[in-house]
Design a protein around this ligand. Structure first.
Ligand code: VGL
Ligand code: ZN
Length: 212
C-alpha cells in the first residue's frame, strides 16, 4: 500500500550537478554541458521520483586553487590525506553559479541533495564525501521509498557522475547510466572513456536516453 508521505517507487532518476558553473560560461564549464539539459527534461516526466544533486561549496572550500598560495587550477595535491585536483572557485553557495540551469524543468524535481558543504573535504558523489566518512543520507532515503534502481545522468562524467554511480552500486542499487546525458571534464584525454569502462565493469548498465 502506498503511504502519503513516502510514496513507494521502484526507480529513481538522479540528475548530477546540472548547475550554471558546469555549463558553457560557468566557472568550471564542462564541454557540451548545456546539451544534457534537454536530455534531463525529456527523462524527468518518465520517473515518479527525481533527485537532483547540487555541488554547494562555502567560499573557502579547500578544493579551490584560490585557497592555496602555492597552487594553480589543475594542480594535484593532497587534501585531508586524499588525492585532490585544485579546481577554480565554483558552485559557491547562494551564487548564480551554484543554481540549477534555468532551462532545467525543476518543477518536477522531488528532492535536492547538496554536497561539498564541508570546506575541508571534497564530495563528488551524491551519496558520500570523497573519504566516505559522511553520508548525505540519500541511499537510506531512496531505500525507504522502495527504490531499487537508479537511472543516472549529468555532469561531470569523470568526476561527480562516476563517483555517484560507483557509490550507488556499492550501496546495492541497480544502476543505469544514460551516456548521452553526460559530459566530462577530460582533465586527461581519455578520462571519460575510462570512467565509462570503470562504471560498466562495476556493474552499471550503459544506455542511451532513447532506450529508456
Ligand atoms: C565536479 C569537480 C569539482 C562535478 C564538482 O560536478 O563533476 N567536478 N566539483
Ligand atoms: Zn565541486
Amino acid at each position: 500500500m502506498k503511504s502519503e508521505t513516502t510514496p513507494s517507487v521502484q526507480t529513481a532518476l538522479l540528475l548530477i550537478d546540472l548547475q550554471n558553473d558546469f555549463v558553457e560560461g560557468g566557472a568550471l564549464a564542462v564541454p557540451g554541458g548545456s546539451e544534457v539539459i534537454e536530455v534531463a527534461n525529456r527523462l524527468i516526466p518518465k520517473f515518479d521520483w527525481v533527485v537532483a544533486s547540487q555541488d554547494w561549496h562555502p567560499a573557502d572550500h579547500q578544493s579551490f586553487a584560490s585557497q592555496h598560495a602555492d597552487l594553480a587550477v589543475g594542480d594535484r595535491f593532497q587534501l585531508g590525506g586524499l588525492p585532490q585536483i585544485a579546481w577554480p572557485d565554483h558552485c559557491v553557495e547562494d551564487t548564480h553559479g551554484a543554481e540549477f540551469v534555468a532551462s532545467l524543468n525543476q518543477d518536477q524535481v522531488d528532492q535536492v541533495v547538496r554536497k561539498g558543504t564541508n570546506p575541508q573535504i571534497d564530495s563528488y558523489s551524491a551519496f558520500y564525501d570523497n573519504g566516505h566518512q559522511q553520508s548525505t543520507g540519500l541511499a537510506d532515503d531512496l531505500r525507504r521509498r522502495g527504490v531499487e534502481q537508479i537511472v543516472v545522468m549529468g555532469l561531470a562524467t569523470d568526476y561527480c557522475v562516476r563517483a555517484s554511480v560507483l557509490d550507488a552500486l556499492t550501496e546495492g542499487f541497480r544502476v543505469t547510466l544514460v551516456v548521452d546525458g553526460c559530459r566530462g571534464v577530460e582533465m586527461v584525454p581519455g578520462d571519460v572513456q575510462r570512467s565509462l569502462d570503470e562504471m560498466q565493469a562495476a556493474g552499471a548498465e550503459l544506455l542511451c536516453s532513447d532506450d529508456l
